[in-house]
Design a protein around this ligand. Structure first.
Ligand code: RIB
Ligand code: CA
Length: 318
């Protein structure tokens, strides 16, 4: 008897690492994928929405994709385009085919926030929310429909860090881009499982993984290899310095939880610090100093996790 099927909702800002996560989720038989909400993050939502629909068409995904929030709850829009370019997902090779005109009407009508609320209310106590982007959609849903907080099984997020940031010295991008939204989520009383930069830095990809994809010899593998090569080159121009793998870590956890270890903590979001805004302040002296709100991933078998990723991508793309 296999593991029970898990109902999930994905909130995302494609993004190449988001794309890898979608490939893993879409090919996992233990997952009942109820929907996808798109948000401003790696790029403004106009672009992340277009990226998501191009991914769906290219990879034949069946899941409904809803367009979500454009602006963070407070402050100006902050994207990763200064690092990733206008598209939010650069490649050294061929780009995803543009959407056909007909695709414009091919996706889910209605706002992503309303779709998420409806899905949680339709499946109370069954849905795990996977958050791999700034949490504007999720926070907006919680503010619009407070009842859903008690109906979500768990939120598993790629975001934050127990140590250094990436977008700033103190803050990881998904939190930094909408700290007020993260604050709403971390205060909502929903069980949280946080995969921060401290964990992702144990899962490293290099040009070796790029070559492994290319060696598969299919058009899909070659295209994905170009995006992976550009992703690895975020860290160093020639890809010689290993690059942490971010978003797919949550999908790898769903498939192989034994590869990861967690510590209970209270996690708070810094909103006012001039240098620390968006920092996830992790208090591990629980419950003495604070109540436990979050299971924080702190150890991974990184090589095994990356090997699982490569094995799964090889099976999908071959
Ligand atoms: O800091 C990494 C996160 O920022 C990932 O989710 C990546 O896709 C970007 O959104
Ligand atoms: Ca992302």
């Amino acid at each position: 008897m296999g593991k029970p099927v898990k109902k999930i909702w994905l909130d995302t800002d494609p993004g190449f690492d988001d794309w890898l996560t979608m490939l893993l989720l879409g090919s996992n038989p233990q997952i009942d994928w109820l929907g996808v909400s798109i948000v401003t993050g790696n790029a403004p939502v106009d672009i992340t929405w277009d990226n998501a629909l191009r991914i769906k068409a290219h990879d034949g995904l069946k899941v409904a994709i809803y367009r979500g929030c454009e602006q963070p709850l407070a402050g100006a829009i902050e994207t990763a385009q200064r690092i990733l370019g206008d598209s939010g997902m650069p490649t050294t090779g061929d780009a995803l085919p543009p959407r056909a005109a007909s695709d414009a009407s091919s996706d889910a009508a209605g706002h992503a926030v309303d779709a998420l609320i409806a899905a949680v209310r339709a499946h109370p106590g069954e849905i795990t929310v996977i958050a791999i982007a700034p949490m504007t959609n999720i926070a907006t849903a919680l503010m619009k429909a407070p009842d859903i907080a008690g109906k979500i099984v768990e939120i598993i997020l790629m975001g934050g860090s127990t140590d250094q940031g990436n977008h700033t010295a103190a803050a990881e991008f998904n939190i930094y881009a909408d700290p007020e939204a993260a604050d709403v989520v971390f205060r909502a009383g929903i069980p949280l499982r946080m995969f921060g930069l401290n964990l992702c830095r144990q899962l490293l990809v290099t040009n070796v993984e790029v070559a492994r994809l290319r060696a598969l010899g299919t058009a899909r593998a070659s295209m994905l290899a170009g995006y992976l090569e550009a992703y690895v080159r975020i860290r160093s121009p020639d890809g010689s310095v290993p690059m942490p793998m971010y978003d797919p870590v949550v999908a790898l956890y769903l498939e192989a939880p034994q590869l990861f270890q967690f510590l209970p903590a209270h996690v708070a979001i810094e909103l006012r610090g001039e240098l620390t805004r968006g920092m996830t302040v992790c208090e591990f002296r629980v419950p003495r100093r604070a109540a436990v709100t979050t299971q924080v991933a702190h150890l991974a078998d990184g090589p095994a996790a990356i090997e699982l990723l490569m094995q799964r991508l090889s099976a999908i793309l071959a």
